[in-house]
Design a protein. Structure first.
Length: 131
């Protein structure tokens, strides 16, 4: 995995309860984003070639994967950061939480406390959302 990993402050939110947490964030420079876009495009189009040999399914899969290739590449080109994981106490029960996310900063990140099973949301600092 290329790019630079940094630790940033974040918050875990459960309704009106908030706890301080940290997220590990992987930054993607221009070259890394281009490489990831090419890998995404090649994966989709490679799968489309493989799908040609699937009876009946190829009518749907081949055109879908051909269209998906550029969309995946576009999304990878625009993704400057990947949120790797979050670590902090549960805002409801204070149990320690460490969960892998592997998410971009635009997608809402939800997880469930392993102790009290409540749904939690990860709130990122504004400077991460802008990049
Ligand atoms: Zn909890």
């Amino acid at each position: 995995m290329k790019g630079s990993v940094s630790v940033e402050p974040a918050e875990l939110v459960q309704h009106d309860r908030v706890s301080n947490a940290t997220v590990r964030v992987l930054g993607h420079d221009r070259r890394d984003r281009a490489r990831r876009a090419l890998v995404g495009l090649a994966s989709c189009w490679g799968a489309a070639i493989g799908a040609v040999f699937l009876p009946v399914l190829h009518f749907v899969l081949v055109p879908a994967l051909i269209v998906a290739g550029p969309l995946v590449a576009w999304s990878q080109l625009r993704q400057h950061l990947t949120v790797l994981d979050v670590e902090g106490p549960c805002p409801a029960c204070s149990a320690p939480i460490r969960e892998a996310l592997m998410s971009d900063t635009q997608t809402p990140m939800t997880l469930r406390c392993g102790n009290c099973r409540r749904a939690l949301t990860v709130r990122l600092p504004s400077h991460l959302l802008e990049s």
